[in-house]
Design a binder for this molecule. Structure first.
Ligand code: COA
Length: 304
């Protein structure tokens, strides 16, 4: 498997001695976050539904000299969440960093989406995130102090920017990710105050070479249709992993309840309604006209 294209700007010990549990850590963004946490000193547990995917990911992590193990489990099942969290602590002795990267997605128009389809994505993304946080709480409370920070461990929830505006054929995911952001802020408030646990989120834009992009912009979509999708700036999985490292390490020790948008500014983008040169001319013309008009105001009628 290809290694990340860019070197890390961080020192390689910024999460040394920490134990991280990454849901959805077997592939895509979750795997890259696992690699980068491991490369910067953490021991890593990945959780996922498919054993063969976990096995391949663990081999990759170990080939990079990262202490890693995979535990099969579905974040929708509370017993799985509990078992995996407990197995993490049993295996590595503690839990400091929880990354909720497991997610479900598919393109569907609202009228074609069944309630069960809607619920399925809510269950994976929103309820799954809450369940993992809830099961991890008693161990995160006891997370050891960092070099600079004190108190408990930290959580990073992966959401999206879909719900900042509205997104075609993504009503279920928009709702689910809005709930994830709400969970992030509420836990940051409650667990930050009570246990010194920092809870933050990352909202990735479209990231190349991920299962999500494979589903949302498959090859089958013709290029004209792709023009309508904001894909002109694809991020790399590495970009999300660096954000996760920043938030999970002591670099982010005063950051709590923030959802860091990592999309190159894409969610703000909208079609340019006028070319730049044209706007310059037009603006001056309008200014002149309005100055002329206002100059006329107050001029005695007789002089006109
Ligand atoms: N269009 C419309 N409805 C769909 C759908 C699609 N493409 N895919 C699934 N659904 C509906 C199903 O019809 C079902 O509803 P129903 O019972 O009313 O028919 C419901 O969603 C659950 O589907 P099911 O296949 O039983 O769920 P699952 O638990 O096996 O899989 C998914 C969950 C659907 C989210 C699946 O895509 C998945 O496992 N995703 C994880 C990987 C992923 O999406 N990665 C990208 C993250 S960004």
């Amino acid at each position: 498997m290809a290694w990340s294209p860019s070197p890390s700007p961080f020192k390689d010990d910024i999460v040394k001695g920490k134990v991280a549990l990454v849901t959805g850590g077997g592939s895509g963004i979750g795997l890259e976050i696992s690699k980068q946490l491991g490369k910067h000193g953490a021991s890593v547990v990945i959780m996922g539904r498919r054993n063969h995917v976990l096995d391949a990911a663990v081999s990759t992590l170990r080939s990079l000299s990262i202490p890693a193990i995979g535990f099969e489990g579905d974040v929708r099942k509370q017993e799985d969440a509990k078992r995996v969290v407990e197995s993490t602590v049993k295996h590595f002795g503690r839990l400091d960093i929880l990354v909720n990267a497991a997610a479900g997605n598919f393109l569907v128009s609202s009228e074609d989406l069944s309630s069960n389809g809607f619920r399925t994505v809510m269950d994976i993304d929103s309820v799954g995130t809450f369940t993992m946080c809830r099961e991890a709480l008693k161990y995160l409370k006891k997370g050891g102090p960092g070099r600079y920070s004190s108190g408990g461990g930290t959580i990073v929830n992966i959401s999206a920017t879909l719900h900042y505006t509205a997104s075609w054929y993504q009503i279920h995911v928009s709702a689910a990710k809005a709930a994830v952001d709400a969970i992030t802020r509420n836990l940051a408030l409650e667990w930050g105050a009570d246990y010194d646990i920092r809870v933050n989120g990352i909202a990735p834009g479209p990231i190349a070479d991920t299962p999500g992009m494979g589903k949302l912009a498959p090859e089958e979509i013709d290029s004209k249709a792709r023009d309508y999708m904001p894909l002109y700036k694809l991020g790399e999985k590495w970009d999300i992993a660096m954000a996760a490292l920043y938030l999970a390490s002591d670099a982010g020790k005063f950051i709590n309840g923030t959802i860091l948008v990592v999309d190159g500014g894409l969610w703000l983008s909208q079609p340019r309604h006028l070319p730049k040169e044209q706007v310059k001319q037009l603006s001056r013309t309008v200014e002149k006209r309005s100055r002329g008009e206002s100059a006329l105001v107050g001029v005695p009628k007789a002089k006109l």
